[in-house]
Ligand binder design. Sequence first.
Ligand SMILES: Cc1cc2nc3c(=O)[nH]c(=O)nc-3n(C[C@H](O)[C@H](O)[C@H](O)COP(=O)(O)OP(=O)(O)OC[C@H]3O[C@@H](n4cnc5c(N)ncnc54)[C@H](O)[C@@H]3O)c2cc1C
Length: 303
Amino acid sequence: MLRSTLLKLSESKGFAHWVTTNGMARRMSHRFVAGETLDEAVEAARQLNQQGMSVSLDCLGENVSTPADAQKVRDVYLGIYDRIAKEKLNANVSCKLTQLGLDLSVEFCEGLVLSIAERAAAYDSFLRIDMEGSIYTQRTVELVKRVRAQTPCIGTVIQAYLYRSESDIQDLLSYGCRIRLCKGAYKESDEVAFPRKQDVDANYVKLMRLLLPSGFYHAIATHDPRMIAETIRAAAEKQISKDDFEFQMLYGVRTDLQQRLVGDGYRVRIYVPYGQEWFPYFMRRLAERPANLSFFARNFFRS
Ligand SMILES: Cc1cc2nc3c(=O)[nH]c(=O)nc-3n(C[C@H](O)[C@H](O)[C@H](O)COP(=O)(O)OP(=O)(O)OC[C@H]3O[C@@H](n4cnc5c(N)ncnc54)[C@H](O)[C@@H]3O)c2cc1C
């Protein structure tokens, strides 16, 4: 119930304005967001690299409404690869298709994605296309497959809460596509997604067991100690080396677990978001854990 309300509020422009113009809320967003500028994100990435973790940089934003805005976002991402190279960071990039004009035209969006993927290839890097709400899943999978046919340094994300995910994984694996597996962060109806957490978790384990032995380098994105333990068990059973997959976690979430996995010799990549459009991302993080909400509310209303 609380999760649904928060996810609904994450789409409200009025509420976004109210929250993002509050100084205390902006400071609190730093719990999950590295800052509003690329400089701040680079600093966060440098510190994570020093702690033995790699990074995926994401310039926050979604659902742009003009081609000019989408082109500006494309230029930002091209610049991020240049900056990663200049700073010699161990980092790649994650972005969302609705930030690159998917709502305007698939062809237009694809052209922008291809130019970003080509920049990634020029640096021998990688571009991860995040997965958004289920109305975008089919278009995202198809677009990634088409761009991948031209440059292989692109991959996407599959959400364990969707019923369709097993067949999407089979499809993407037949193209040799690298996949990040997550549980799924959007508000979905029970017509497309498992409503019960235990079913999402069971599907997560099932899908992880499909990915690990597939021969491609995938990302297991979760903070759930049970999913992590299942992954470690599956890797041991199938004799999959610690270098053949990576764990991924979000900036500011379960830093204790992030460091423990590095200490145990696993590859860990941290998703580092930055930018001024932090509101929907921030709300999804609150929705994932009610305790975050009470911490936020106490400080917000005290300000
Ligand atoms: C690297 C990465 C990339 C992602 N990309 C996408 C994407 O492209 N599309 C998409 O839909 N979703 C994405 N997600 C979000 C994901 O779908 C989940 O919503 C999120 O990771 C919470 O699920 P969980 O696996 O951590 O398990 P849960 O069962 O939700 O949480 C397990 C435990 O993790 C901790 N935890 C989880 N979330 C939080 C939080 N916000 N604050 C504090 N503690 C927390 C708590 O201790 C909780 O008990 C991504 C997640 C990660 C880690």
